[in-house]
Structures are given as structure tokens and as C-alpha cells.
Design a protein around this ligand. Sequence first.
Ligand code: BGC
Length: 750
Amino acid sequence: MRRIIPLFIITVSLFGCESSQQVSQDPLEQKIDSIMSKMSLTEKIGQTAQRGTSSRVKGALSEELKTAVREGRVGSLINVMNKDFVDELQRIAVEESPNGIPLIFARDVIHGFKTIFPIPLGQAATWNPELVEAGARVAAVEASTYGVRWTFAPMLDISRDPRWGRIAESPGEDPFLASELSAAYVKGFQGDDLSDPSSMVACAKHFVGYGAAEGGRDYNTAIIHEPLLRNVYLPPFKKAIEAGVQTFMSGFNELNGVPVSGNQFLLDQVLRQEWAFDGFVVSDWNSVTEMIAHGYCADEKDAAYKAARAGVDMEMTSQSYDKHLQELIDEGKLDVNQLDRMVRAILRVKFRMGLFEQPYRIDNEEVVLSEDHLKKAKDAALQSIVMLKNEEDILPLKTSQKVAVIGPLANAPLDQLGTWIFDGDQDDSVTPLTSLKEKLTANRVKVAAGLDYSRDRSTAQFSSAVNAAKQSDIVLFFAGEEAILSGEAHSRAHINLPGAQEELIKEIRKKTKKPIVLIIQAGRPIVLENILDDVDAVLMAWHPGTMGGPAIVDVLLGDYNPSGRLPVTWPKSVGQVPIYYNYKNTGRPAREESFVGIDDIPIGAWQSSLGNNSHYLDDGFRPQYPFGYGLSYTSFEYDNLKVSEDSLNSNGELKVSFELTNTGVLPGVETVQLYIRDHVGTITRPVKELKKFQRVVLNPKETKTLELTLSSSDLKFYNAENEFVLESGQFSVFVGANAQNTMKKDFWVR
Ligand code: BGC
């Protein structure tokens, strides 16, 4: 019988520098005490080492690694994907190392293991935490059969910059949506019982600010003042702790001048002291020794010292702890109690995982890519698709219409899987072309890719694509980015469709005048300014995963009514970036009525700021599509917004009610969004902040009266003193279909 280890332990053992002499009453802590009392310094340092190879290295199991495990000099391994090696290394750890402490095998299982789900940004577009939780569960069930019991996910980096390649892995720009998804991922990966061999420990990464990289250039400097950090960047991480996350990863980036992997304020003050996190922190890949290049540490020894002092418990791949912790302790520079705290945190998680009772993986290969998993992946892909444009209801396709299937992403089984899928296999992907051929009779489908891959600049196949279009009623243009153009270290300065895709779209438009449906598969919002007028409909499918093809085709054919909503603001041009909905008003806010465009300025005009506000002369101030936006094959109307009270006290609640009607002829899902604005603050407050959302299913002509509860704690924020406060004054509540299209009511906090 499996033993359930209580998740709560007494506070005395939570914080830094506890003494090994302290006697804990908690049975789990007592077990840790007992094992630590027998461990040598070498073994303790060993627990802090995560060894491993890059995700692709195969080859034999090295004798050096086996010896290191046998001597208790390794705590965890990353990227060991040969099941026999996993079993053998665990056997050596358990049976031959001095205290038989099991290893944790780790891997990036980001949006699926073998059954690949949409990229996390796509999953965020579902606005459906239950679905995200189910996807994470599928990933855990599949990966754990290979011995992976620890995933480096979820990535919780808020990103306001689509140039950043890793926006693909992020939950988007909003702290509230990201927090809801954070909890869902953690629950899904970790399951109800961490000691179940099919559960995976989650890792909240990259703590913190990695998504605020300057200019969207990966690994770049992040400068975030503390109230902004606490109001926007930290909430999803805090929520992960509330959901029980067991590990954190310190990012590659520096934050306000101090690399996170040496940042005591973040890793000790915020994480351990304020949030009482009692799991452990792993560095990112070599992020400890990269503090030398950052110019924060003189050498490896200094890096080991600063990382350990700050609170990095386990070092991923670089070996500065292995080489220098002993010396630092012998010299009296690093307190041995600090090492004990680190080891204790690692052992705590190993105990909670049940590894001491059941260290071995349970082979359960038949669950991998099961029908149920593929169905869940398809559901996620379906719900992630955001319809951005649908002129004259060109979609869904009409029966009997002949379609031309054009574009580099129509049949790109690897690319549809998206970034960071080490274990997904393109042979398992079902592409849009395959699905279309299954669903439509052969005489309705003409295929001519036109371009072989997204960056292809050759025009050699343009004429065959134009011919296919001519022989059809409608063009399905499958555009986008190859998977490799987003993800880590793949930032882009121009985020329009790469290669000659825009040119081909224009050529087809010019030469055929046929309606064009643009289906985008990409890791980020794509700037459409050059082609939006040339296409009649646009579907954003992100990189939709293994079952992306059938999901896209269901939407095209109207078998599924699109319901995805943007988790990020979609810019018109790169020049507008960063652009996000929860911006500050400024002293001269942009206004529709007074907007002066570049062509409105008289030649030789006198230099004056009058009439101009915080906007671009050439691109205005509105994005292409706002946060929360997405169309449906039906239409919805909001009406009759009411608030139950005009004012609210510090413990009060407000009922916000409204009517939602499906005014179209099809059933559909609307994601209602509730935002607030705090008009006057001791520090300025954003013009809108998302506080609630709900997916609502409505039949044609059905009206529902909905009620959302806003409590005073939803109105709190971190002020300049970094206190979480509710300030009295005027507030507005907004309800609507997206951040731009809302009804409004005012109320007061007294
Ligand atoms: C990434 C992490 C990832 C780690 C291990 C790093 O390059 O930044 O997100 O978990 O590699 O693969």
C-alpha cells in the first residue's frame, strides 16, 4: 500500500539556515534528519548535482557517470531517455550508493510527451484551465512510463513581446489568466498524489522576469521595478506554490542588475521567506556559471558561492557546486547549514514523490498515444484556434466548394508540433492536408504547396499554386513559421510571415481573385499588415500539435465552432511592440477623437505637441487585435450590466450581472471577460486588469443572465512600499468579449 506523506510541515524547517540540531516533530522531517545524519559532505554535495546530456545525445552509459552515481555524487539526471539506462542508474543509486538515495530523472515535457498538445501559448488561447490540466496529466502519464518524474514546466513567464521566441512557451501577457493556467498545469503534472508513479513533479520556471528580455532578445536584461514585478510577473509563480508546485527554476536572466541564479532577494526573501516555499530550486542549464559572463561572478568558485548563498539548491549541468562547495565550506565562507537546507529541500521532494518506497518507473507503454490522449490533444487544438477575421462569413466552407490547398504549413508534420518537443514524433502528426483528403472527396481538393517551407524564397512553384487556385472556389493558404523559428534562442526582429509567403498570397489574389482563407501555424502573433486586406478569413492555429490537422479541418468545415481567444495583444507592426492591454493611461492618453495621423499633418507644420498624444503617427495606438479577442461562427450580444452595490468596503463583495445572448444561428462558446480599473492610486494603475473569465455555452437565440463575484481582494495591488493594499476611491468594472469591447459600470471603494 502506498503511504501518503503529509504535505504540510512545521514552519521551523522552512526557512534558510536552519540548524541540523533542530528536532522536528514532523515524520517526514524526521526521516530526512535520519538520512542526513548518515550522509557525508560529499554525498550532500552530490544531491545538489544534476548531471546529464543534451536532449539528443544517445550512445552508451558512461562508466564515469555510473561511478558518480555509485559514490552518491549525483542527485538528479536530465535527459536520460533510454529506459534501460534509467533502470540501471536508479538501481545503482538505490542499491550501491552509500545511503541508497534515489535519483530523480528530469526532462523538458512542455506541451506533451509523445502526444503533443498545442504550444503553451496556444493552450492559453483556450482560456480553459480544465483542458490545460487534462493535457498536463496526459504528459505526466506518458513521460513517467519512461522514468521521467520531473518536468521543467510550466513556463510562467509573462511576455509582452512577440519578438521573443519563447513567447510560444508562455501563458501570454496577463497575470490573471497565466495564474489560472499555472495552477492547472501544476495540478495536471503532479496529479492528486505525488507519490503515484505516474505523477511528475512540476517546475515553475523561469523565476523570474525572463519574459521581459529587452527588445525580445532571448537571455537579455530584464528591468522591472518592484511593484510591477509583484503585480504582473510574480502572480503566476505564487499561484503555482498555492497549487503545490515542488520545484522552481532560476532563470538565465539578470533582474535589475543581479542574475536570478545569484539573486537572494528573489530566491530567499520572496520565494522562501514570504511565500514559505519548501520545495527546491534548480538552476537553468549552466545558469550558475553563466553568472561569470554576466559580470556578476569572478570565476566558478565565486559563482558556486553566490548561487548557494542566494538559494539555488540544485545545479543543472554545470559543476561548480561539485568542484567548489566543499572548499567554500572548509574555508568557512559558506555555512554548512546552508548546504543542509539545500539538501533537506531536495530530499523532502524525493520523499514526497514516494521515491524511497518505489524508485523505479512502471512501464506502461500502451498509454502512450492512446486514443484517449489523442482525443484530448485534438480537443485542446480545437479550443486553441482563434478566428481573427471572417469577411462575409466565408467560413465555414460550404459543401461542394472546391478547395485549393496551398502554403508551406499544409503538410508540415514536424512544424505543426511546435517548439520544444523532444519526444514528439512527426510520424504521429496528422496534418491538415491528410485530414482534408480524408474528409473531402478527391475532386474537391487541389494541392500545390507553392513554397516548400516557411522561409522558402523561391518563386519557382508560384504558377502551380496559382493554377490550383484557379481550378478551385476558395483558397486555403496554410502559412506560418517553422517550429524552429520560435522557442529558445529564436527571437525575430521581423515577425511577419517569413520567406515568400506574403508574395505568394498577393500573387494568388492578383491573378485569381479567389477568396483566401489564411490559416496560420506559428509560435507567436504574426504581423499581418502587408496581407490582411488580401485575405478574407484568418484562423490562428498556433503550433497545434499532433492532432492539429483534424482540429483545423473541423473548424474549416464548421464541425467545430471556433472559440479560442487571444492570450496576447496582436500588434499591427513590430514598431508597436511592446503593446499590451493593461498599460498605464499616461498624462496624455491616446484618443480616437484627437488622433493625428501622419498624413494629417500639414507640410511645414510648426513644431508643436498640441493635438498629439501617446500614439504613433503612422500606426496609431490600437493593436491589430486586442487581448481576449476571437470570433465565432455565431454572434453574441452583451447587455444590461449591473453591479449589486454602488460601493464596497474592505471585506466586501460585489455581484456583477449581465445578460449574454447568442444572436446567431449556431450553438457557440463565448468567453466572457471581466476587467476592472482603479482610477486613482498611490501609484498609477493600469487602464484595465482582467479579474474573472468564464466560458459560456449558448444555443442559438438563448439568453443567459450571468453573475460574477468581485471581492475586495480582487481589487488589491502592490503599492510603492510593496504592500498588498486596497485603496479607496472610484473603480470601474468592465464586462465584454475582449479587452477593447466592453460595457462599463462604476463603483466606489469606501
Ligand atoms: C531552458 C530551460 C530548460 C532547460 C533544460 C534551458 O536551455 O532555458 O527552460 O528547462 O534548458 O532543457
